[in-house]
Structures are given as structure tokens and as C-alpha cells.
Ligand binder design. Structure first.
Ligand SMILES: Cc1nc2c(=O)[nH]c(=O)nc-2n(C[C@H](O)[C@H](O)[C@H](O)CO)c1C
Length: 216
């Protein structure tokens, strides 16, 4: 589990693509004081496992499904990614609950300045946008952000100077693809409400289970 307070950016040193997916080597010397083989680490918001850690770098593998559903598949050596180690139980919990499971990608549709901030307008599928509300939470490439405005197929966020300086969101351009994790609380609420309304109208049968993915 993560908070969306990313710790900084790591540089992709190399990538090896193979039948099992892609194995990335990221340079991140600032993580080395407490990163061990087997630890979870969020890379652009995607929860991966550190497979080796040495000389200021770690390696992690993304399976084909992860490459299809996130922006990791398009990464090229030299690019920078957001990194965050798993949250500690004894630390302050800034940001919001981020699981590292990406719901889909969004596309940066517009970028414009507003005072000291940088507003990003991000286009997403309505199936993702439905979990967003004004002043709610969203993780964009792993960065916990407050939604300024939520619409049917897009939302906007305002990037404050601190976030611009410690993440890539200060330099991101129109057309780039970003990983989106919707607020997990919204997803649980939707699921519970759909069960409740079904129970009110007659209980659980085979058709109900199939509709909700429990039967094929
Ligand atoms: C909730 C939240 N909202 C915003 C926001 O709307 N705009 C912004 O620029 N930064 C926000 N942050 C802080 C970032 O998550 C934090 O600066 C980065 O993850 C780097 O640690 C947070 C935690």
C-alpha cells in the first residue's frame, strides 16, 4: 500500500524485453538506504517488486498484462519515473490510500498555467471518470492529487510548485499517457451499493453472480 506522496524520480537505465514481459533497471540512489529484494515499490503508480538492488539501482519486471494496461510498456532508457516505497505503519499518512493497481491510462489533453500552479486536463474513459468527484482523490502516475473538476470523460488537477519540483508533472506535455488509479473507496462504495440495491429487489441468483463476475 502507498500514499501517493512520491519520493522522487528514478531514471530508467535499461530495459530488457522478453516473453515474460519486461525487466527494467532503474537508477534511484536516494532509495538505497531502505530498499531490499522483495520489497514493493510503486513505479509511475504501478506496484512492482524489487528483484535485485545494488549500486544505486534496482530491477523489477512487469508482466505483459501490466505492460498493456499501463504506460510502463512505452518507457525508453533515459526517461524518468515516479517512485514510492511502500507506506510505513509508523509514519504520517499524507496523500490518500493508493494500492498500486492501475485502473487504466489517461491522456494529457491540455496543460495551462494558473498563478503558480500548472493545470493538467486529463482525458479518461467514462468508466474511470465515474469514480471521480470534485475535491476527491486520484493518483496520476502514482502522484496523489486533488481533483479540481470531474467531468464525464476528463478531469483537471492543479499541480502546486512543490509537486512540480519533485515529480515529472512540472514538465509533462499534452499528448503524454499517464497511469490512473481511481480512489479505492469509491470502487468499494459502488460495489456495496450495487449489492444492496440487488438484495432489496430479490436476492442473489446465477444471473446476478454472472453479472458481477463470479460465474462465467
Ligand atoms: C492530496 C494532494 N493533492 C495535491 C494536488 O492537488 N496538487 C499537487 O500538486 N499536489 C498534491 N499533493 C501532493 C503531491 O502528492 C506530492 O507533492 C507529490 O506526491 C510528491 O511527494 C497531494 C498530497
Amino acid at each position: 500500500m502507498f500514499t501517493g506522496l512520491v519520493e522522487g524520480t528514478a531514471r530508467l537505465a535499461s530495459v530488457s524485453r522478453h516473453a515474460g514481459g519486461a525487466t527494467f533497471t532503474f537508477e534511484a540512489p536516494f532509495l538505497m538506504d531502505d530498499l531490499h529484494i522483495g520489497d514493493s515499490i510503486a513505479v509511475n503508480g504501478v506496484c512492482l517488486t524489487a528483484e535485485s538492488v545494488s549500486h544505486g539501482a534496482f530491477t523489477a519486471t512487469a508482466i505483459p498484462e501490466t505492460l498493456r494496461r499501463t504506460n510502463l510498456g512505452g518507457l525508453q532508457p533515459g526517461e524518468r519515473v515516479h517512485v514510492e516505497r511502500a507506506m510505513r505503519a509508523d509514519a504520517r499518512f499524507g496523500g490518500h490510500i493508493v494500492t498500486g493497481h492501475i485502473d487504466g491510462v489517461g491522456h494529457v489533453a491540455d496543460v495551462y498555467p494558473e498563478g503558480e500552479a500548472r493545470v493538467l486536463v486529463i482525458q479518461v474513459d467514462p468508466s474511470l471518470a465515474r469514480y471521480m468527484v470534485d475535491k476527491g482523490s486520484v493518483a496520476v502516475d502514482g502522484v496523489s492529487l486533488t481533483i479540481m473538476r470531474a467531468e464525464r470523460d476528463r478531469f483537471s488537477v492543479s499541480i502546486i510548485p512543490h509537486t512540480q519540483s519533485v515529480t515529472r508533472l512540472g514538465e509533462i506535455r499534452r499528448g503524454e499517457t499517464v497511469n490512473i488509479e481511481c480512489d479505492v473507496i469509491a470502487k468499494y462504495v459502488e460495489r456495496l451499493v450495487s449489492y444492496r440495491s440487488h438484495e432489496a429487489s430479490g436476492g442473489i441468483d446465477a444471473a446476478f453472480l454472472a453479472r458481477h463476475g463470479f460465474l462465467r
